[in-house]
Design a protein around this ligand. Structure first.
Ligand SMILES: NC(=O)c1ccc[n+]([C@@H]2O[C@H](COP(=O)([O-])OP(=O)(O)OC[C@H]3O[C@@H](n4cnc5c(N)ncnc54)[C@H](O)[C@@H]3O)[C@@H](O)[C@H]2O)c1
Length: 423
């Protein structure tokens, strides 16, 4: 039965890895959607996501090996694209070709971050999706995280309304390094931590500085970007060797490192004509309890802050317990002893549940999601400007038309394998 007839959205997930698992868990909090199909390259991983969906009673998905077959399934009304960055464009092209040929009938497509490895790729994804008129959403979970959205709403409603708009956002995402080999390869991923995690911090910064319910593109005009990147930990010889042991010779941080640290300062002009600033800091070189997300928004007489590791639940495990490594307390967990934070509902806390609920509702209503591929493209432009700034050791002027021209064909040195830290 189609979405129109049933009032429910059938979701097909392409990609069956880490984030497909998170999305499947998040669908527990979405009442009017079912995971009807899962597609991936490895049969065992596809089966695992299908089994998880059945176990959580969020659907009874059919397993597919080819995305073209998946989108032809009449039970699939919308696709969540969760394939790795280097196959993003080909995945979207295959879906769009099926729709254009009339073999697939979809309402919408939602695509994981980052939208592309370069501005050219992000533009191509947007162009393809628009060419067949699909509704589209950009899967940036952090702007749906309940702690962030509620504190943002209150800061604007009580703080900004009484004392003026906020002027400084600080967003950070840090952990001890990604879970799969391709993330560490500059060419496949598009860069290092700046591409992988600054995309979150850039979009969270734009979200925080923009009034609730207003599009960041309408409220904020980018003025300049100033950024630094470095390989602080993983190109040290012993850690480079550790990466080669884990992921094989393709991950060679002695000769082809990616940055594991990035900071960017983005200046915007807001809708009131004021200069406002977003600072982003991200690293793969943070060894704390696990993944740490922090957000701050500062205004004339107010401030908000969120820290994902300030959890209400904690467990203490004494030195008498030698725990097996796991991620059962928190994502990217680094220890199994001592006083540890526990996030009981990570899919909820990080924003995946509200994100999926929003996308499903908008697709069912035939309306454009608040977070769209146009936002994903803008984030990619800002990330590429940050790489350019870090590479050339200068502030990049975003109002200069020559910058836009340069960014259109820009591929960061890190993605080309020619970058060295400290140069
Ligand atoms: N929003 C977030 O916080 C977040 C977190 C992690 C990953 N991501 C994004 O999600 C995407 C996937 O990341 P991941 O961590 O799940 O990676 P992963 O390596 O864990 O899983 C990727 C999956 O895609 C499958 N795959 C590869 N090529 C494919 C193809 N051509 N067709 C179908 N399936 C294919 C692989 O077999 C694998 O199962 C990336 O773009 C990443 O940036 C987002």
């Amino acid at each position: 039965m189609t979405a129109q007839a049933s009032g429910r959205l059938g979701v097909g997930i392409v990609g069956s890895g880490f984030i497909a698992d998170f999305h499947t868990r998040a669908f527990r909090g979405v009442r009017d959607a079912d995971v009807t199909a899962v597609c991936g390259r490895t049969e065992e991983r596809v089966r695992r996501i299908c089994d998880l969906a059945r176990e959580l009673r969020v659907g009874d998905p059919t397993a597919y090996a080819d995305v073209r077959d998946m989108v032809r399934d009449p039970a699939v009304d919308a696709v969540w694209v969760t394939t790795p960055n280097h196959v993003r464009v080909e995945t979207v092209r295959a879906i769009v070709e099926e729709v254009a040929a009339g073999r697939a009938s979809l309402r919408g497509i939602a695509i994981e971050k980052p939208l592309g490895r370069t501005v050219a790729e992000a533009e191509e994804v947007l162009r393809l999706v628009e060419s067949v008129g699909l509704l589209h959403g950009y899967l940036e979970n952090q702007v749906f995280a309940p702690g962030v959205t509620r504190a943002h709403e209150l800061a604007w409603k009580r703080g900004a309304a009484a004392s003026g708009t906020p002027y400084l956002a600080r967003c950070a995402e840090e952990h001890s390094g990604p879970h799969n080999g391709w993330f560490w390869q500059g060419d496949k991923q598009g860069g290092g931590v700046l591409s992988d995690m600054m995309c979150h911090s850039v979009e969270a910064g734009r979200f925080l500085l923009t009034p609730p319910g207003v599009s960041a593109d309408d409220w904020l005009t980018p003025v300049s970007v100033d950024a630094t990147i470095a390989s602080l930990k993983w190109s040290r010889p012993s850690y480079a060797d550790e990466l080669a042991r884990r992921y094989g010779a393709e991950v060679d941080y002695r000769s082809r490192p990616s940055e594991d640290y990035a900071r960017a300062t983005i200046v915007y002009r807001n809708g009131d004509g004021d200069e406002v600033v977003a600072e982003g800091t991200t690293s793969w070189s943070y060894v704390g309890a696990g993944l740490r997300l922090t957000f701050e928004l500062l205004g004339p007489e107010y401030a908000m802050s969120v820290n994902s590791l300030d959890t209400e639940a904690k467990v203490f495990l004494s030195r008498e317990i030698a725990g097996r490594p796991g991620e059962d307390l928190v994502e990217k967990q680094n220890a199994e002893g001592g006083l540890m934070p526990v996030l009981p509902d990570e899919a909820g806390a990080y924003g995946y549940t509200e994100e999926n609920r929003h996308m499903v509702t908008r697709f069912l209503d035939g309306a454009a999601p608040a977070e769209s591929l146009a936002d994903g493209l803008q984030v990619t432009r800002l990330l590429m400007a940050a790489y350019l700034s870090a590479q050339e050791g200068r502030r990049v002027d975003l109002a200069d038309p020559a910058t836009a021209e340069k960014l259109a064909g820009f591929v960061p040195d890190v993605a080309q394998g020619t970058w060295r830290s400290g140069r």
